[in-house]
Design a protein around this ligand. Sequence first.
Ligand SMILES: [Zn+2]
Length: 109
Amino acid sequence: MVRRSRSRTMRKTGPPACGSCGAQVVFVKMVYTDKRLPVDPIPVADGNVSARLVGNQLHGYVISDAHPHGAPNHRYAAHHGSCPDRPRPKPRPAPPPTLFDLPTTQGEP
Ligand SMILES: [Zn+2]
């Protein structure tokens, strides 16, 4: 189990939203891994997640050779792929430029 130290900022009310960009997402319960994967709410023709509604919950899986897409499922796009604000691996911000780079004339011999 991997524990993320980053606290979740999910709201208690309203539809689930992406924690990075704030877009509305729906969670697909992964039937093979028992995880929850955020996808865009609207099915798309080239989505990589095959899912169908069971009750009020999408159940599905990531499409692969082992688990091809098939009816009655619809295809959804994993939000990771479309999120404009997805966390990038290891962001390394450059040090901010020093605006007040005063010459150190004091103490010169
Ligand atoms: Zn997002």
